[in-house]
Design a protein around this ligand. Sequence first.
Ligand code: PLP
Length: 401
Amino acid sequence: MSVDDRVRGEFPLLSRMLNGERLVFLDSASTTPKPRVVIDAVRDYYERVTANVHRGVHALGEEATDLYEAARLEVASLINASPSEIVFVRGTTEAINLVAHGMGLGPEDEVVFPESEHHANWLPWRVRARPVPVPIDADGLPQWDRFESLLGPRTKLVAVGHVSNVTGAIAPLARIVELAKKKGVPVLVDAAQSISHLPIDVRALGIDFLAASSHKAFGPSGVGFLWAKRELLDRLALYQVGGGMVSLNEELDGRFVPRDAPFRFEAGTPAIEATIGMGAAIRFLRSIGLGAVREHDEQLGAYMLDRLRKVSGVRVLADGLPMTERIALATIVVDAPGMTQENIARALSDTFGVCVSGGFHCAHVLHARAKLDGTVRASPHVFNGEQDVDRLVDGLTQIVG
Ligand code: PLP
C-alpha cells in the first residue's frame, strides 16, 4: 500500500465534499489539513485538562505544563536541538521578527537573503536593517553564484528560505553556510515550507537560527517555534515582556530579572492547546517518517510536473529544476483568456472541487521580477496521490479549453 493510501483516512477534512465533488486538497504550502490525532490532542486538553502552564499549582496546571513541555521535547528532537533552545512563538513570522528585533540591527546593518523570499523573510529586514537581496532569474530562482560577492563587512546575517513557497526549490544550504561562515556571518533558515517535507538537523547544517510554523506541518495554527544556538539566544534582546517570563520584579528599585531562555521570550499565556497539538503533529509526522515523505514527494512531484507540462496553455515555473532539488510543489501560469490566476484557482475549487492557491503567495518581488501578474500553486503532501493530480489536470484542461 502506498503511503498516501495509508494516511489519507487519518484526515477527516479529506472526506468532505466540495460542490458535489470529493475534495482534492492541493494547498498544503498554505496550510495542511490536520490528522485526527492532532484534533484529539487539542480536544483532550479542553475536555480533560484546561489549565494555564507554568503557573497553576493544582494537578491540572501540572498536567497542562507537562503536555506543553512535552511538545518542546518533540520539536527539539525533530531538529536535533536542545529543548532549552526552542522558543514557542506564533509562527515563522513572529520567529523571524523576534530575531530581527533581538539582534538590535540598525539601518547600516546588512542582511543578505534571496529576492524570492516570502514577505515574512523580507519585510523584517527591510524595516529593521538594510536589505541586500540575492538576485533571482526569470523563473524566481536565486542566482547563488552571486551570493558570495554580496557578503561584506556590514553583513550581520544571512536569512534564507530552506524551500521556496513559490518554486518549491530547495536552497543549497551547505554551500550557503560554508560561504557565510567563512565571513563569520550567522545564518537564519526559514523552515516554514521544509519542516514537514525534509529531515532537518540544525547541528549538522551548522546554522544559527531556524524558524517554523506548526500549521504547515499538520499542527494547529497560532504556534510555531524559533530555534537558536544557546549563546545567541542569551544575547537576543527581549521583544515583549509580561507574565511568565520574569523571575523577579522589585517594585521599589525598578529591577526586574527575566527567566532564562527559552522562557524569557514567552511572555503571557501561550497558545497552550495549539502547542500540545503541534507536539502531536510532530509525533504523527515522525510515525510516517520524513524519509517516506521525501520519497513520496519525489514520485508525486515528478508525476505532477510531467502531467502539467503537457497541458497546453500552462507554463510551469522553474520547470527545469530536477526533483532532487525541489519538493512536490508546482507553480504555474495558466493562459485562459479573460481569467486572472485567482479566477482560475477559484474555478478549480468551484467547478472541480480542487483547492489550490492563486495570486502572489506573499512573494510580490518574485512575481514582479518574473513579470507575472499572479500564479496558481498546487502543493500536494503525503496524503495526496496521482488521482488528485489527475483531477487538477482535468480541471485545468477544461478551463484552458
Ligand atoms: N516563510 C515561508 C516560506 C512561508 O511559506 C510562510 C507562509 O506561507 C511563512 C514564512 C510565514 O509563515 P506564518 O504565516 O505561519 O508565520
